[in-house]
Design a protein around this ligand. Structure first.
Ligand SMILES: [Zn+2]
Length: 173
């Protein structure tokens, strides 16, 4: 379901995300603000994932298949929405949620590398942002994420509610 958000397949998303962490806020950062706000906010669909960042996922038939058929299941979902609800199904079942998810992710890349507060003195410009922390289900605690990249719990302070981590805890059981 996450790959219906306009950010590519999980494999592509992970490749770009890992490259972001490798070159955070440098010229080689795939969504670094040196490329300009509008390019990062509106142009993520032209980011090119580099497969050298995902050797582990390339060994997974599941992820390779998801990547290969990314457009096919997006179109299939569109057809399903149209079949069930007509044109409103396409608009409110696909395009509106896709645009919201796509821009939410883009705001993390733009706002969360400029505006907010920092709990950790990382080598990058990452910040925690109260508005995005709550609106994007915990992703807005971005400085915490950059400080400990393998920790699924982004919220560290009592006020940093992390819905994503609560869901992870729920499905982990
Ligand atoms: Zn970042």
């Amino acid at each position: 379901m996450g790959s219906l958000g306009g950010n590519g397949s999980p494999l592509a998303w992970v490749a770009i995300h890992r490259e972001h962490h490798r070159f955070t806020d440098m010229d080689k950062d795939p969504h670094g603000l040196s490329k300009g706000f509008f390019r990062v906010q509106f142009g993520s669909f032209i980011d090119t994932p580099k497969i050298r960042y995902v050797p582990d996922l390339l060994r997974s038939k599941f992820h390779v298949t998801l990547h290969q058929y990314y457009w096919l299941y997006n179109v299939a979902y569109l057809i399903l929405m149209y079949s069930l609800f007509g044109v409103p199904g396409i608009i409110f079942g696909y395009f509106v949620p896709t645009l919201l998810v796509w821009h939410a992710g883009s705001f993390i890349n733009t706002i969360n590398h400029r505006l907010g507060y920092r709990n950790f003195e990382t080598k990058d410009l990452s910040t925690n942002n109260l508005v995005l922390g709550y609106l994007v289900s915990g992703e807005g605690w971005h400085n915490n994420h950059h400080a400990s990249v393998s920790d699924p719990q982004f919220g560290k302070k009592w006020w940093e509610f992390d819905l994503g981590y609560q869901i992870i805890k729920l499905i982990r059981k």
